[in-house]
Design a binder for this molecule. Structure first.
Ligand SMILES: Cc1cc2nc3c(=O)[nH]c(=O)nc-3n(C[C@H](O)[C@H](O)[C@H](O)COP(=O)(O)OP(=O)(O)OC[C@H]3O[C@@H](n4cnc5c(N)ncnc54)[C@H](O)[C@@H]3O)c2cc1C
Length: 529
């Protein structure tokens, strides 16, 4: 049970690290994942995402603490819990964010993380099936593709966006992000292409790569003051793994800070209140939690069975589609649901797009946990650069306890105002002939006209679009948790590499940026050898 590197968490970041670090056959790498292997058909079949939030076979449904900004409601925070982590359960949209996001990171003290310095890692990771230019990679492990069978309603959404005045784009990851179009997705030949599929599956035969599933890490252990041990639990049995070089936490934005805190690294008063011995007072651990607040407009489109939905004809179409997917990996079950998208400014004076849309080819209520009859479509409207900041804390010191997640959604008034203006523009898109000819927005949002009515509707309905970040923030100031080499401040032998190190959220979905982070981290770790 002794390795050179022990990676904790086999998600988007962990799979990249395991693959890159084990390229050197002289190095022994262990990857520890709490969840099961990624063999479920719900993962492979893109439309399986519709059942994940309900079944929790490969996903864990966490909740936030009551959110005053959401009228006291608890938010839902699903996380992938299997090899591939949330890349095995996400909506597969391939988005990098804006160039300015990374230049801001560099200005915040994260030297080496400007756009010019991270672009090579986006390219290194990517194999883009369609786009062959200087903005895209061709030789990377992560397959990026156009949707195989785009839904006619996604095309109508794009048309409606153009009618509302947005520019049409065929690449949100080119020189400009602004516009409306169809998303490219992390899929290959009609199957989901998770980080595990891209980085782990091809290398499972490596003798120096040890992948362990069903093992939950509790805390880090110390030898002569250096992080050297990983204490884990499997079926109530304690296990200890040792690392000769680095231990790398890649357990995601909620669990990486939780593991640090259980290991005595975190805000001293919080740890002491739970009886955890403080090894190093790191006040920033768990702080700076932020996420994209998101509100979903829903429309009915009765009888339009092109849209996925519950009706006798819809169920028959889905059964036929299941056959098509099993036989040929084609058809409507290759949908990622969030097929179309747009980026725009909530107000003209914004320097960059601060609103993102995801057009969903079904009615989406309560993250898909609430069943609705009939057919329709939905439009996620999310705020890309929220000012609100929250926190993750431990409920107790046990490894299986869910952390206390408090994103403080919409606690900053500016967030609500910008989201409100963004929702208004999204409603304008839904009202364009290309869509309005087929469906009608639900009354609850359609009848909210004044600022106050819209803001109230948002507080009643908003939640996450699944992009928590920032809880082990990179930087040099006293609240930073890791330095620009992603080493935990104040201790030796320990790094954090996952979405938690982002100092500020990127303006888009977070999977590709997390994979980029891990690609760059692998080089930093190799260079440190
Ligand atoms: C429903 C959903 C939809 C999304 N849609 C998109 C999208 O369309 N596009 C996009 O770019 N992004 C999307 N995202 C976000 C994106 O997938 C995540 O930001 C990204 O996967 C985070 O990667 P990570 O490595 O930080 O964490 P994860 O991928 O979540 O990996 C963490 C891993 O650590 C494991 N783990 C946790 N604790 C322990 C422990 N104690 N011991 C051992 N293992 C542990 C977990 O089981 C998990 O496998 C979505 C996310 C979700 C949940």
């Amino acid at each position: 049970m002794e390795f050179d590197y022990v990676i904790v968490g086999g998600g988007s970041a962990g799979c990249v690290l395991a693959s890159r670090l084990s390229e050197d056959p002289g190095v022994q790498v262990a990857l520890i994942e709490a969840g099961p292997p990624d063999t479920s058909a719900l993962i492979q079949c893109p439309a399986g995402i519709a059942l994940m939030a309900r079944t929790e076979i490969v996903s864990q449904g966490l909740s936030t603490v009551p959110q005053p900004g959401l009228l006291g409601r608890r938010g839902f925070q699903p996380r992938g819990r299997t090899l591939g982590g949330s890349s095995s359960t996400n909506a597969m949209a391939y988005i990098r964010g804006q160039q300015a996001d990374y230049d801001t990171w560099a200005q915040m003290g994260c030297s080496g993380w400007s756009w010019a310095e991270v672009l090579p890692y986006f390219l290194k990771a990517e194999h883009n099936e369609r786009i062959h230019n200087q903005w895209h990679g061709q030789n990377g492990p992560l397959n990026v593709a156009d949707l195989q069978s785009p839904n006619v309603f996604a095309k109508r959404f794009v048309e409606a966006g153009i009618q509302a005045g947005l520019a049409h784009t065929t690449d949100f990851n080119g020189p400009t992000q602004e516009g409306v179009g169809l998303y490219q997705v992390t899929q290959r030949a009609g199957e989901r292409f998770s980080a595990a599929k891209a980085y782990l599956t091809p290398h499972r035969g490596r003798a120096n790569l040890h992948v362990m599933t069903g093992l939950t890490v509790d805390r880090i252990g110390w030898v002569d003051g250096v992080a050297r041990q990983v204490h884990a639990v499997q079926d109530k049995q304690a296990q200890v793994l040792s690392a000769r070089r680095d231990i790398i936490l890649s357990a995601g934005a909620f669990q990486s800070p939780a593991i640090l805190m259980r290991s005595g690294l975190g805000p001293a008063a919080h740890l002491q209140s739970l009886g955890i011995a403080v090894r190093h007072d790191l006040p920033g651990v768990g702080h700076n939690l932020h996420d994209h607040p998101d509100a979903v407009l829903v429309a009915d489109a009765p009888g339009h069975t092109d849209l996925l939905g519950l009706s006798p004809k819809g169920i028959w179409h889905t059964l036929q589609a299941l056959w098509a997917w099993r036989q040929h990996r084609t058809g409507r079950l290759t949908t990622n649901f969030a097929e179309g998208g747009a980026f725009y400014k909530s107000r003209a004076e914004e320097a960059h797009p601060d609103i993102q849309l995801h057009f969903v080819v079904a009615k989406l209520v309560d993250h898909g946990r609430q069943l609705t009859l009939g057919h329709g479509y939905s439009l996620h409207v999310c705020l890309l650069q929220p000012d609100s900041r929250g926190r993750v804390q431990l409920a107790d010191s046990k490894p299986h306890s869910a952390p206390l997640i408090d994103p403080q959604f919409l606690s900053e008034p500016r967030d609500l105002q910008r989201l409100r203006d963004g929702v208004r523009q999204a409603q304008r898109i839904l009202a364009q002939p290309a869509l309005a000819a087929y469906g009608r927005e639900w009354a609850a949002s359609a009848q909210a006209h004044t600022d106050e009515q819209l803001e109230h509707w948002i507080r009643q309905n908003a939640d996450t679009v699944y992009h928590p970040v920032g809880t082990c923030r990179m930087g040099q100031d006293p609240m930073a948790v890791v330095d620009a080499q992603l080493r935990v401040h104040g201790v030796t032998g320990l790094r954090v590499v996952d979405a938690s190190v982002m100092p500020r959220i990127v303006s888009g979905n977070t999977n590709a940026p997390t994979i980029m982070l891990a690609e760059k981290a692998a080089d930093l770790i190799k260079a440190a050898r």
